[in-house]
Ligand binder design. Structure first.
Ligand code: PAF
Length: 283
C-alpha cells in the first residue's frame, strides 16, 4: 500500500492507472475505521482493479460547537488495517491543502440537505458534498462507496453526482452492526457502558417499527410515534428527530411506500450524537 499525503503525487499515480485502463474504487473516510468501512473496502476490491481509501477529518462538515477536535483518530491502526486488506493507495491530505487560505468555494444540494440531520447540523451536508466533490476531482474514481447508516449523506451525494454529471458510480453498503445491534460508528467510542445500553434502545425501536411495517402497517405518523415512545422510555436519550420520509426526495411520508421509504432517527446520549435507520427500497 502506498500512503500519499498530498494531491499532486496522488494525481500522478492515478493518471498512470487510468492510462492503463484500470478501474479505480474509492472509499472516502474520516478514519478510526470499523467493520462498516472495511465492508466498503471489500466491495471496492471486488469490483475494481485498484482501491483508494482517503482518511480526512473534514473540518467543513463540523459546526464550531461539534466534535472536530475530539473526533477519534488512530492513523497507525487504520493504516495497518488497510494494508492488511490489500488497499492500493491510502490518501491522507492535510487540511491546509484541501482548504488553503482564502478557500471560498462550496457545493450544496438544495432541500435534501436541510431536512433530517441537516435541521440540527447547519452546513454539515454542504461540508460533506464540498469535500466529496473535491476528492472525486482529485481521485477520479470509477466507483465510490458509502455506508447506508448515513443514508441521507448517500442520497445527497447521488443527487450531486446526477446534477453535476459526474462520471462516477455511487455504491452503497448495508449498515454494519455490533453483536448487540448498535450500528457501528467511530463515535461509539465516546459511549460509557451505561450510555451504550441506552443507545441500544434506538436499533430496538427501529427493529420493532420495521416488523410492524413488514406486517403491512402503513401509517407513517403512527410509526414515528411508536419509535418516539420507545425511545422516551429511557430518560438518558434526547431525541433529535424521528422521521419517515420518501427515499428519493426525503419528504415527510404520510402513507408508507414499501419501495421508497427511509425511517431514520437521531438521538443524543450524553455528549454523543448517534444515527440509525432502515430503508425500504433502494439507494
Ligand atoms: O461519511 C464520512 O465519513 C464523511 O462524511 C465523508 C463521506 C468521508 C466525507 O468527509
Amino acid at each position: 500500500m502506498k500512503t500519499i499525503l498530498s494531491i499532486d503525487p496522488l494525481k500522478n499515480e492515478l493518471k498512470k492507472l487510468r492510462e492503463q485502463n484500470r478501474s479505480i474504487g474509492f472509499v472516502p473516510t474520516m478514519g478510526f475505521l470499523h467493520e462498516g468501512h472495511l465492508s466498503l473496502v471489500r466491495e471496492s476490491k471486488k469490483e475494481n482493479d485498484r482501491t483508494v481509501v482517503s482518511i480526512f477529518v473534514n473540518p467543513a462538515q463540523f459546526a464550531p460547537h461539534e466534535d472536530f477536535d475530539s473526533y477519534p483518530r488512530d492513523m497507525k491502526k487504520d493504516s495497518e488495517m488497510l494494508e492488511e486488506m490489500g488497499v492500493d493507495i491510502l490518501f491522507c491530505p492535510a487540511a491546509a491543502e484541501i482548504y488553503p487560505g482564502g478557500y471560498a468555494t462550496y457545493v450544496e444540494v438544495e432541500k435534501l440537505g436541510n431536512v433530517l440531520c441537516g435541521k440540527s447540523r447547519e452546513n454539515h451536508f454542504r461540508g460533506v458534498t464540498t469535500v466529496v466533490l473535491k476528492l472525486f476531482n482529485i481521485v477520479g474514481p470509477t466507483r465510490a462507496y458509502f455506508g447506508r447508516k448515513d443514508a441521507q449523506q448517500a442520497i445527497i451525494i447521488k443527487k450531486m453526482v446526477t446534477d453535476l454529471n459526474l462520471d462516477v458510480v455511487i455504491r452503497t453498503a448495508p449498515i454494519a452492526r455490533d453483536v448487540d445491534g448498535l450500528a457501528l460508528s467511530s463515535r461509539n467510542v465516546y459511549l460509557s457502558a451505561e450510555e451504550r445500553k441506552a443507545a441500544l434502545q434506538m436499533p430496538a425501536a427501529l427493529q420493532r417499527a420495521k416488523a410492524k411495517i413488514d406486517e403491512g402497517f402503513r401509517d407513517a405518523l403512527a410509526v414515528k410515534k411508536m419509535i418516539r415512545e420507545e425511545l422516551k422510555k429511557n430518560p438518558s436519550i434526547e431525541i433529535d428527530y424521528v422521521e419517515v420520509a420518501s427515499l428519493d426526495r426525503l419528504e415527510d411520508a404520510v402513507v408508507i411506500n414499501p419501495g421508497n421509504t427511509l425511517v431514520a432517527a437521531a438521538i443524543r446520549v450524553g455528549k454523543t450524537r448517534l444515527i440509525d435507520n432502515f430503508i425500504l427500497g433502494e439507494i
